[in-house]
Design a protein around this ligand. Sequence first.
Ligand SMILES: [Zn+2]
Length: 51
Amino acid sequence: MCKYCLQCDWRINETGGYTESEASRLAIEHFVETGHAIDSLRLPPPVVLKN
Ligand SMILES: [Zn+2]
């Protein structure tokens, strides 16, 4: 899960060492401080084999 700002270069992801809840809190703080909209991006799921 990666969270990123739609209006500036702010972003965080799991490789930064944040837990999901920490990442969510930081995203909310960025929104509160700047009014920027935050979106989240899930990494593509592993390839699913089809029948
Ligand atoms: Zn921003």
